[in-house]
Design a protein around this ligand. Structure first.
Ligand code: BGC
Length: 754
């Protein structure tokens, strides 16, 4: 274990100094021993390792004392112990820390916090006896409506890659393997089990694969989950190009690839396509695989290669003894603190007209907390990503706990709860409080109560947004409208009290055009983990300054976003073939029906917007947005001094140093995320008008001025040259754009790339 930690530490240091150690090679240190083991194994024993044993484990080699591999969901905390069919076992000690969800983590723009976060989950996984955690989830947020946008990190590959890498380093330093998911281009839930993503190679490499590449190469990820969907005509589990050529070939991946649950579709295709473990079932990687080899259709060498990779992970991760696992509560104090730290740096202050925030005791005595999202739990639900948490501080509880007698707080739910098809256990809500449609008009009684509370108060905190049934694995949202009459409610509230702070509790963006009119202040509060309510209260009360920055764009309206504008989403041919709900959990008769539907018309998702995803699209189209990528205000102002570079000309291998003075001109300590974008002049290659290439979170005391240095390795400026099939650097003039958000550039400089 010590040696392992040292290797990981060396990895972290080298990433920091720009040199890349070969983190994958540590997986091969036992290859000699592993080859001897494989030589002793029967074909049946080998194939036994290549499919599920239980819903969350795959077999070791019992005869040789090699332990099973134990997996657990998910990206935001160790999922409770489940039996087949994902039925909770109801164990007393499997309450795990619920960490802020993906987009919240990304809003911190903090690789250090991503490391702590991965580490915290990794430590808790060990307590549960788990070897492989099914996370991080790192697909690019292509669609504002995406059911898993909240699980994923960002619309920007550089931000997602940096956080994914550090999450990986942190988790694996705890002795738990990550499983990067979902490889790759799993950017929609609609027909996720059948959709065929058609994407050009440059876009694929630069945008969609970048987080995976960095987490494998710079983070040393030991396992990867193949996505449900097809990519350029082949399922993720059968994708020779993605799995064998790119992941294993170009990136040197030495670990294992597991299918998403129910995502294997063939024996020969998956064996040749590079899959190691079928999850779940053995209909492809069981007797049929043995037969294919015995019939001479497949070489046993392929099975040996795949088993070697499984054993590499098994040897790199020390099994937890059954006597030790699950003897203490999974959730640990240190992780709970990390969850708080992340939440406190993720909250984004979108708007603050007239300095309504922070709430000041001089102006505010009575606060009306309006909206059911102030009390809704966000830990459970969302299917695989739900966490059984030991506690969860809701926004209302956070405000009450942290008030310390400063404020009088009332609460009114204002709107009903809405639960869709997936992902939520509505047991605690009374049936009459459940809306029958997502766009149901406000209930007169609930609205009247809310207005009465608002009228009495000095300020209204309106908690709006979605929930984990509206944004969930298994389906995409139909639109990004605020649900259950929230727009009408905020309008009515504004008539009785104009001091409205709207707090959006959601994982993805919402349409804020109406809300914005009635809210002098708006905060993006996320689904922020078990300490989320405390972090939010600390910010609203001004005990700490907000410092989160948007990891995705809030478009003005959904139709502006690239996949919609170009008619690429939604696809017309909805075959309703969700693999999780229909095929994976169903009886055979239903599964066969599903397969027939798939054959009848698998939808195709054309990514014709190419690299113009998120702000790359809006900027290049010169299209206004509601809130730009990277946006986030503070309670202080930051003054950016003159930008300097260490040289004027750079070549491949150099690391550009961009320096400037940053001043906090306010009267409280605060943190700023400085962002460095680049724009190409006279380019011969096609580029978006600007791209994020480096960033840094800087803590800065009241009135202090700090010298800040941001590093940009020149290799990050390369593009994927389709002609040569390799990365290439385009020479020429580069404009550096340094600022506080993608639409708030404060300093510019020119450099030359040779
Ligand atoms: C999800 C994965 C998850 C797996 C196991 C699948 O439906 O797509 O993200 O890890 O189930 O729960």
């Amino acid at each position: 274990m010590k040696r392992f930690l040292l290797l990981v530490l060396t990895g972290v240091l080298c990433v920091a100094c720009g040199q890349q150690p070969d983190l994958q090679s540590r997986l091969t240190v036992n290859d000699e021993k592993i080859n001897e083991i494989i030589a002793q194994m029967s074909l049946e024993e080998k194939v036994e390792m290549m499919h599920s044993k239980t819903i969350m484990s795959s077999e070791g080699v019992p005869r040789l004392g090699i332990q099973d591999i134990k997996y657990a969901d998910g990206p935001f905390g160790v999922r409770e112990e489940v039996a087949d069919g994902f039925r909770p076992k109801g164990w007393p000690l499997d309450y795990a820390t619920y960490f802020p969800t993906g987009s919240a983590l990304a809003a911190t723009w903090s690789p250090e916090l991503a490391y702590d976060y991965g580490n915290g989950i990794g430590v808790e996984a060990r307590l549960r006896g788990k070897d492989v955690m099914l996370g991080p989830a790192i697909n690019i947020q292509r669609l504002p409506v995406g059911g898993r946008t909240y699980e994923y990190l960002s619309e920007d590959p550089m931000l997602a890659a940096s956080l994914a890498t550090h999450y990986t380093l942190g988790m694996q330093a705890a002795g738990t393997a990550v499983c990067l998911k979902h490889y790759a281009l799993n950017n929609q839930e609609t027909n996720r089990g059948s959709v065929n993503v058609i994407v050009d190679e440059r876009t694929m490499r630069e945008i969609y694969l970048k987080p995976f590449e960095d987490a494998v190469v710079k983070g040393g990820a030991m396992s990867v989950m193949a996505a449900y969907n097809k990519i350029n005509d082949y399922y993720g589990t059968e994708n020779f190009v993605l799995n064998n050529e790119i992941l294993r070939g170009d990136w040197g991946f030495k670990g294992l690839i597991v299918s998403d649950w129910g995502g294997t579709h063939s024996t020969m295709g998956a064996a040749l396509g590079g899959l190691n473990v079928q999850m779940t079932g053995d209909n492809y990687f069981g007797p049929a695989l043995i037969d294919s080899i015995k019939a001479g259709k497949l070489s046993e060498k392929i099975v040996d290669d795949r088993v070697r990779e499984i054993l590499r992970v098994r040897f790199a991760i020390e099994p937890v003894s059954e006597d030790v696992a699950n003897t203490v509560m999974t959730s640990q104090k240190e992780s709970q603190q990390t969850a708080y730290n992340v939440a406190a740096k993720s909250v984004v202050l979108l708007k603050n007209e007239g300095g309504l925030l922070p709430l000041k005791t001089s102006d505010v005595k009575k606060i009306a907390v309006i909206g059911r999202n102030a009390v809704a739990s966000t830990a459970a639900g969302g299917v695989g990503a739900g966490v059984k948490t030991p506690y969860e501080v809701t926004p209302l509880q956070g405000l009450q706990n942290r008030s310390n007698g400063r404020f009088e707080i009332s609460y009114a739910p204002a709107y009903k709860a809405y639960y869709g098809r997936f992902g939520y256990n509505a047991k605690e809500i009374k049936p009459e409080e459940i809306a029958s449609a997502i766009d149901e008009a406000p209930d007169a009684k609930l609205l009247a109560e809310a207005l009465a509370a608002a009228k009495e108060a000095d300020v209204v905190l309106f908690f709006c947004g979605t929930n984990k049934s509206i944004e969930t694995e298994g389906s995409d949202r139909a639109d990004i409208n605020l649900p259950v009459g929230q727009e009408e409610i905020v309008k009515a509230l504004a008539e009785v009290n104009s001091n409205i702070v709207s707090v959006i509790i959601s994982g993805g963006p919402c349409d804020l055009r109406e809300l914005e009119k009635y809210s002098p202040a708006i905060v993006q509060g996320w689904w922020n983990g078990l300490e989320g309510g405390h972090a939010l209260a600390d910010i609203l009360y001004g005990d700490i300054a907000p410092s989160g920055k948007l990891p995705f764009t809030f478009p003005l309206k959904l139709e502006d976003s690239p996949a919609y504008a170009l008619g690429n989403f939604p696809q017309n041919d909805d075959v309703d073939a969700d693999v999780f709900t229909v095929a994976h959990r169903a009886d055979i008769a239903t599964e066969q029906r599903t397969l027939k539907k798939r054959e009848a018309g698998a939808p195709t998702a054309y990514y014709t917007e190419g690299q113009y995803v998120g702000y790359r699209w809006f900027d290049t189209q010169n299209m206004p947005v509601m809130y730009a990528f990277g946006h986030g205000l503070s309670y202080v102002d930051f003054v950016y001094g003159e930008i300097k570079t260490d040289k004027t000309k750079y070549r491949l291998g150099d690391v550009m140093e961009v320096s400037f003075e940053l001043t906090n001109s306010g009267n409280m300590a605060a943190e700023e995320v400085v962002q460095l974008y680049v724009s190409r002049r006279d380019a011969t290659v096609e580029w978006p008008v600007k791209e994020l290439k480096a960033f840094k979170r800087v803590a800065i005391a009241a009135g202090e001025t700090k010298e800040v240095v941001v590093e940009l390795p020149i290799e990050e400026l390369r593009y994927w040259d389709v002609e040569s099939g390799d990365w290439a650097l385009e020479g020429g003039e580069l404009e550096l754009l340094l600022g506080s958000a993608s639409d708030d550039i404060r300093q510019k400089a020119d450099v030359t790339i040779k």
